[in-house]
Design a protein around this ligand. Structure first.
Ligand code: IGM
Length: 456
């Protein structure tokens, strides 16, 4: 990140006089105080807890300055703003402009992560390319991504997620893309959004703040029609451009496209991945990547694992898996998301939560705080795993019917992970939905695998 303290203060409209502190270069920014190191800007956001409570920690970790919604002591260089999140977003918009970055935005119900990964890989053959990491695709994650791109970035591939109508419009306003891709207008019951037409309206907001004269790729879907922009070149895939001669192999795909001489070999399966790769290829070609480079990079494709993903258990139960990292905000958000999804007919809702690691001295309170997001009217069973999450067990056992909350231990002497796995294998019914969330080191990935395979 190439920004100075005084520059940031001016961009976000600081309400205090920051010239009392020298105009130092800030080398990065974080909203998780654990990640702050020398020269960083701290951004206190309101998550499960208010980030302002962690400003002391941030300075102890070496931060050079912080945004803040309240006055702080003079020895804490700070930029006083009305709303730290809005300031973060304003800063990201300014940074894209300042660095002269071309932005490609990808949204859609399914396949947006894959398409983004494919596109970033193909563009990397020719340009310095940076992309959204993990699930950093919302009103916090997107500006964070922007402000974390390497200084020499030329193309930025941003994933845009939507939880509510209006989300994508905001993200488009921050990023001002010159290319937009809508991969799919999903199914209403999967999106919990109020109808497929609402989903279409939301996704097409990607074009609201695109630079005029850009390229917009949309699926061949009636519902998109009312929302198509006038000032963009609109290409409808499945109609204007197509996957041709698709051959599915055991571990790969071969196909050609209506717009390229060369055929594409893709080392992944799934018909929809041919479509995703076609979208990546079309955008790359539009941005000046040669067909040869496109074909070569797609043939060496490596897809990153999705952080949050829906999977199917061997018996058909729905698994919402988010097992690679955990902080209190992310755990709370996924609990709320999972709880809001209607249960399958005759199916139960089950939650498996494991320790969030490296939370420091207040770990007991931070785990216990999740109790507010565990609703016995919605959730049927709660399984907790690990020593740190024990404080939540005591509260949850009081709140839920007898026997519906179980704790599994993990220490140097005992590890009850197998016990947890076996219990789940024996009790999970085909119509059930199950959420798993915890720090990577708690190995919940093993549980997900066992459920997918149907045996330990
Ligand atoms: O859901 S998120 O992970 N998100 C990131 C952006 O992209 C989309 C997903 C997320 C969001 Cl949306 C917002 C916030 Cl504020 C995560 C956070 C977040 O990092 N929250 C964190 C905390 C809360 N609440 S990180 C963190 C806490 C670490 N902190 C505890 C509270 C460690 C700590 C413990 C004890 C101390 O004394 C000092 C620090």
């Amino acid at each position: 990140m190439k920004l100075t303290l005084h520059e940031i203060a001016s961009v976000v409209g600081a309400k205090n006089d920051v010239t009392r502190w020298p105009d130092v270069a800030l080398t990065g920014l974080e909203f998780d105080s654990r990640l702050i190191s020398d020269g960083h800007l701290f951004v206190p956001l309101k998550g499960a807890r208010d980030g302002h409570e962690f400003i002391d920690v941030a300075f102890a970790n070496g931060c050079a300055a912080t945004l803040s919604e309240r006055e702080l002591a003079d020895d804490y260089p700070h930029i006083l703003v009305v709303d730290c999140l809005v300031a973060l977003q304003d800063l990201a918009a300014y940074y894209i402009d300042k660095m002269g970055i071309e932005v490609i935005a990808v949204t859609g119900s399914n396949g947006k992560t894959t398409t983004k990964d494919m596109l970033a890989q193909v563009l990397s053959s020719t340009y310095k390319t940076y992309k959204t990491q993990g699930n950093y695709n919302n009103e916090i994650g997107l500006p964070y991504t922007v402000l974390h791109m390497p200084d020499d970035t030329e193309k930025l591939v941003l994933e845009m997620g939507q939880d509510h109508l209006g989300d994508i419009a905001l993200l488009s306003k921050i990023a001002r893309p010159s290319v937009g891709v809508v991969t799919l207008i999903g199914e209403a019951h999967l999106e919990f959004f109020g109808g497929r037409d609402k989903i279409a309206e939301g996704k097409l907001q990607i074009a609201d703040h695109m630079l005029a004269g850009g390229l917009l790729l949309v699926p061949d879907d009636q519902l998109a029609l009312p929302f198509l922009p006038k000032n963009q070149e609109v290409v409808t895939f499945g109609k204007d451009i197509q996957v041709l001669d698709l051959v599915e192999h055991k571990e790969s795909l071969d196909f050609s496209t209506s717009f390229m001489e060369r055929a594409i070999h893709l080392p992944v399966t799934g018909k929809y991945n041919a479509t995703n790769a076609m979208l990546a290829a079309y955008v790359a070609k539009y941005l000046g990547v040669t067909e040869e480079a496109i074909v070569t990079s797609l043939s060496g494709l490596e897809l990153t694992r999705n952080r949050t993903e829906w999977k199917k258990a061997a018996n058909g139960a729905d698994i919402l898996s988010d097992v690679y990292n955990a902080n209190p905000t992310a755990m709370r958000l996924i609990l709320e998301t999972f709880s809001a999804i209607p249960a399958n007919e005759g199916g139960r809702k089950i939650v498996v939560l494991a320790d969030m690691k490296e939370l420091g001295e207040t770990k007991d309170q931070l785990h216990a705080g999740m109790i507010d997001s565990l609703d016995p009217a919605v959730l049927d069973q709660v399984f907790l795993y690990g020593p740190d999450i024990k404080p939540l067990f005591d509260l949850a056992a009081d709140k839920f019917p007898d026997g519906e909350v179980i704790h599994f231990d993990k220490s140097d002497e005992v590890d009850e992970l197998d016990k947890l796995i076996n219990l789940l294998l024996n009790t999970l019914q085909p119509a059930d939905q199950i959420l798993l969330k915890g720090s990577n080191s708690m190995n919940l990935a093993t549980v997900v695998e066992a459920l997918e395979e149907g045996h330990a």
